[in-house]
Ligand binder design. Structure first.
Ligand code: CDP
Ligand code: MG
Length: 893
């Protein structure tokens, strides 16, 4: 062996060389204008940072002048009748009783924890106490408050509400800022923003110049971002003694936060709620039975239809399952009628329960093993029917249904629309509103509107209505017991959003939403046994269940931590995650080329830090845009982030796999996915029916494809936010469209999809994102077989091929992959995304890549050696090795 021709790592990482020379800083831009700057050829990192921090320069003089104006306007406004009448309403909120105490403690302490029941006025009132108090003082002392919210939708709705309470437009003294959208002005002194927005601001302005108060709302939710923000604030309060910090939480764990901030004072706002009757699944079934009786409106209108619908699906009806379950719990013989065993229609619900009390336990037993997912929506419909029907002793009021996510909300909404009692256009008795984070703010406001007398408002919501949004007139709560939670998915080695059971704390919080104006009722669609024995007391903090790559990058991008050791920063978090988890994340970041071995951020790492997606998906998005194959990269990224649209029903697996093979080319599941997606896109242009048929014929899930399309739009927005793509100028866009382009331009103004039809390049992008998830294909020498023409070497059989990964030894290709049963691959390497372990270890979707993309985009350590007149290129300690001719090496270099 000779000395390496090329030093190790010379083209391994994705580093852009840092330019030492400082160039003139550019003109200052308004912070709301245009995307954040992108590193381009001759602009150094240093300049970039300067530019960002300059954006937040605080000009005290003009601020004081504006403050004087704001104070004057406030004094005039305070006297107005409208303001006074809203003020009266506000003063009835429990938070007002603590106003003086809060202001007094704030004048004595830098940090404060305030806890109180949801709806007591923390979010809307406390920031106003501080602001209004300061507006009655001198202009130099006017507060400038930032209040963070865990969700975009709450930042908007609260800002709008508070502006209304102040009888002004949102964007004046009260504003909001969320990613990609801000409504604020130079007069804004109370800004509601998402935690992410504040963290981004901290990247360029660690001292938070000009800000007097940071209020971190909903700290009890323990999101990764809010835990991290607390850590940052812990350091900033030492740097800025005049900055005041207030942590607001629901009535949970206030002591934990106080201890974290050197035992700062806690104020507890006493709650005022009405009692709520709590029922579990076993009780809910009793109601369903009641509804199911002959003669009830439910029986007449829905049962028949639902039965038909379900018969079409050739499955047992959900009711039949419930019926079976009830039969078991009632110890009935198969020939006995369940109907005879349920009480009369006239019975009051409470009486009904009394009769069922004795058998709750056995119901519980059977229910906990039953897959009640299927019955949930049917059960909810039946419960709604029971509530609206009004044959019970509870007062009329709005109904709030908690479901895990958007898909379930859509499903229930559609199901209800086909029931004449709930149909928004036909029914005069009900109005149904979905509520989730992707609604526009007008749609969102609709949920607060009180319906006319005799009309029941039904809100179907995610856990957004749990603490962030309070709807006052709710009397009934139906809790599906499920929510979406970010978790580390070991099979994918990345974060994924999963349906999980709520914790006891969530369930109680949901129940509490019913008792705001009068006593209420809550139905949990899980058994009391499940509640007591299976649910966690509290949700695990997000930081302890998600991969930590994003957080590592965010820490590194902050100037205050950029030179710190990651482990030391992590150990100071409020409840630090396990060190193994950090170690694994650091390795993944190094493999990706986002972090150097001495924990320095590479330029790739810098950009990944500002994309709030899994780092691998982020890398695929960035590379897709850099190499102008944006659209296919985003399609694949969306499917990696969500799931594959290919479905394989258990009784039609073969047929489904066969259909998938029709899309296959170049030995790649991902390229097959692109074809399938494109076909679906075309079919949607021909209408709903066509796209439905397309999905059915090709074993594709329309719902997954739709979700992917929406994710792709979000990804494009994120890229446009950091300047990696530009929506073309109008004229240019039209011109491009005429030429068949899609009008999306990359950072340099070129068509972002000019390479979209290059499968080799797309495979290379996959390599960049998925490395080191690579398997080597080891094929045995085929046997020699004598034929009339002489001895011929036969191709090995598919089952003779062996697949080996770097760390886990042999794996198998999953039967659903287009590469299952393939006998010959053009290159002996496959990249894959997901590894699953059942009877054996399988890799699911995979794609053949040739050696050059592996070396160029893999991000591993590369070396080249001259051996016996031949260049040997090797990657990661020789795990991947191949011989190359000198001109190829020259190309590589
Ligand atoms: O933060 P906390 O849960 O303690 O209460 P809040 O969000 O400040 O809400 C106080 C009151 O304002 C509640 O009665 C809400 O119903 C009402 N509110 C509203 O009507 N519209 C909004 N967008 C937000 C709050
Ligand atoms: Mg709140």
């Amino acid at each position: 062996c000779r000395k390496p021709v090329i030093p190790n790592n010379s083209f391994a990482s994705n580093q852009i060389p840092e330019v030492e020379k400082e160039s003139e800083p550019e003109e200052e831009t308004d912070e709301d204008e245009g995307p954040a700057p992108v590193i381009v050829e001759n602009e150094s990192y240093v300049n970039l940072k300067k530019k960002i921090s300059k954006r937040y320069d605080w000009q005290a003089k003009s601020v004081h002048a504006e403050n004087a104006k704001i104070c004057k306007q406030f004094r005039i406004k305070q006297a107005s009748r409208q303001f006074q009448s809203i003020l009266q309403e506000r003063q009835s909120l429990p938070a007002w009783e603590e106003r003086e105490t809060i202001l007094k403690l704030l004048s004595e302490h830098q940090v404060l924890v305030i806890s109180g029941m949801t709806g007591c006025g923390k979010t809307t009132q406390i920031p106003q106490f501080i602001l209004d108090d300061s507006l009655n003082g001198p202009p130099e002392k006017v507060a400038n408050i930032i209040c963070t919210q865990p969700r975009r939708i709450s930042a908007i709705s609260v800002a709008e509400r508070v502006a209304k309470e102040r009888t002004e437009r949102v964007g004046l003294t009260v504003g909001y800022q969320i990613r990609l959208e801000s409504v604020k002005s130079s007069a804004t002194r109370l800004l509601y923003c998402t935690t992410g927005v504040l963290l981004r601001r901290l990247e360029g302005d660690t001292a938070l110049q000009g800000v007097t108060h940071i209020i971190v709302d909903e700290v009890h939710e323990r999101t990764e971002e809010s835990d991290f923000l607390l850590l940052v604030l812990k350091d900033i309060v030492l740097l800025r003694p005049t900055l005041q910090v207030i942590l607001m939480s629901a009535t949970l764990n206030a002591e934990l936060f106080s201890e974290y901030f050197s035992s700062c004072p806690i104020i507890t706002i006493p709650g005022r709620t009405f009692p709520v009757d709590q029922f579990f699944l076993e009780d809910a079934i009793a109601v369903t039975r009641y509804v199911l009786q002959d003669g009830s409106p439910y029986m007449r209108s829905t049962k028949q239809m639902t039965k038909e619908k379900l018969r079409a699906r050739r499955s047992r009806t959900a009711f039949e399952e419930v019926e079976e379950d009830l039969r078991l719990s009632l110890h009935l013989q198969p020939q006995d009628s369940v109907k005879d065993a349920v009480p009369d229609q006239q019975l009051d619900f409470k009486q009904l329960l009394a009769r069922y009390k004795g058998l709750s336990k056995s119901v519980i037993k059977t229910m906990s093993i039953m897959d009640f997912e299927k019955v949930n929506l049917e059960l909810i419909e039946a419960l709604l029917e029971w509530i609206v029907d009004g044959k019970h002793s509870y007062p009329p009021g709005a109904i709030l249904v908690f479901l895990p996510g958007l898909a379930e909300i859509k499903m229930l909404y559609e199901q209800l629309q086909s029931n004449s009692l709930f149909n928004n256009r036909r029914s005069h008795r009900c109005v149904v509103h979905p509520l989730h984070s992707s609604l526009s703010s007008e749609e969102q406001q609709a949920v607060f509107v009180k319906p006319p007398a005799g009309v029941t408002k039904i809100i179907i919501s995610t856990n957004i209505a749990e603490t962030s949004i309070t709807i006052d007139d709710v009397v009934y709560v139906i809790d599906s017991g499920k929510m979406k939670e970010k978790r580390y998915d070991a099979s994918k080695g990345m974060e994924s959003l999963e349906d999980t059971f709520v914790s006891q704390a969530n369930a109680l919080q949901r129940k509490g939403r019913a008792g705001r104006v009068a006593s209420g009722v809550c139905f949990h669609l899980f058994t009391s046994h499940h509640f007591n024995h299976q649910l966690l007391k509290q949700q695990l903090p997000e930081i302890q269940r998600v991969p930590l790559e994003q957080l590592c990058l965010r820490i590194k991008i902050l100037e205050m931590f950029s030179t710190h050791n990651l482990q030391s920063v992590f150990s100071r978090l409020i409840e630090p995650p396990h060190t193994d988890s950090l170690r694994a994340s650091k390795i993944r970041l190094r493999d990706l080329g986002a972090l150097t071995p001495d924990e320095k951020l590479t330029p790739l790492g810098y950009h990944l830090a500002s994309l709030p997606v899994d780092v691998r998906i982020g890398k695929l998005m960035l590379f897709g845009s850099i190499f102008r194959c944006l659209d296919p990269a985003l399609t694949i990224a969306a499917s990696l982030a969500f799931k594959s649209p290919f479905v394989s029903p258990w009784d039609k697996k073969e047929e489904a796999n066969q259909k998938k093979l029709e899309f296959a080319y170049a030995n790649s599941d991902y390229l097959a996915l692109l074809r399938a997606y494109k076909g679906w896109q075309l079919s949607t242009k021909e209408g709903m029916r066509a796209s439905y048929n397309y999905c059915r014929q090709n074993f594709l899930s329309g719902r997954v494809l739709q979700e992917m399309a929406s994710l792709k739009r979000q990804f494009t927005e994120l890229l446009s936010d950091i300047g990696f793509v530009k929506e073309g100028l109008r004229a240019r866009e039209i011109e491009k469209r005429a030429q068949g382009g899609d009008g999306i331009l990359d950072a340099t103004g070129e068509e972002a999809n000019s390479n979209a039809e290059n499968p080799k390049l797309i495979s290379a992008m996959l390599c960049a994102a998925l490395y080191p998830n690579v398997v080597q294909v080891k094929s045995p020498e085929g046997k020699l077989q004598k034929t009339s023409a002489g001895a011929v070497r036969m191709q090995p059989k598919a089952e003779e091929l062996k697949f080996v990964t770097k760390n886990d030894g042999y794996v198998h290709i999953h039967p659903s992959s287009v590469n299952y049963q393939v006998r010959h691959f053009d290159s002996p390497y496959l990249v894959y995304h997901e590894k699953i372990k059942t009877s054996r270890v399988f890799i699911r979707d995979c794609s053949v890549v040739s050696v050059y993309p592996l070396v160029l985009f893999g991000g591993g350590q590369v070396s080249v050696q001259l051996q016996r007149g031949e260049f040997i290129v090797s990657l990661d300690d020789g795990w991947i090795r191949f011989a190359a001719a000198s001109h190829q090496v020259a190309e590589l270099v």
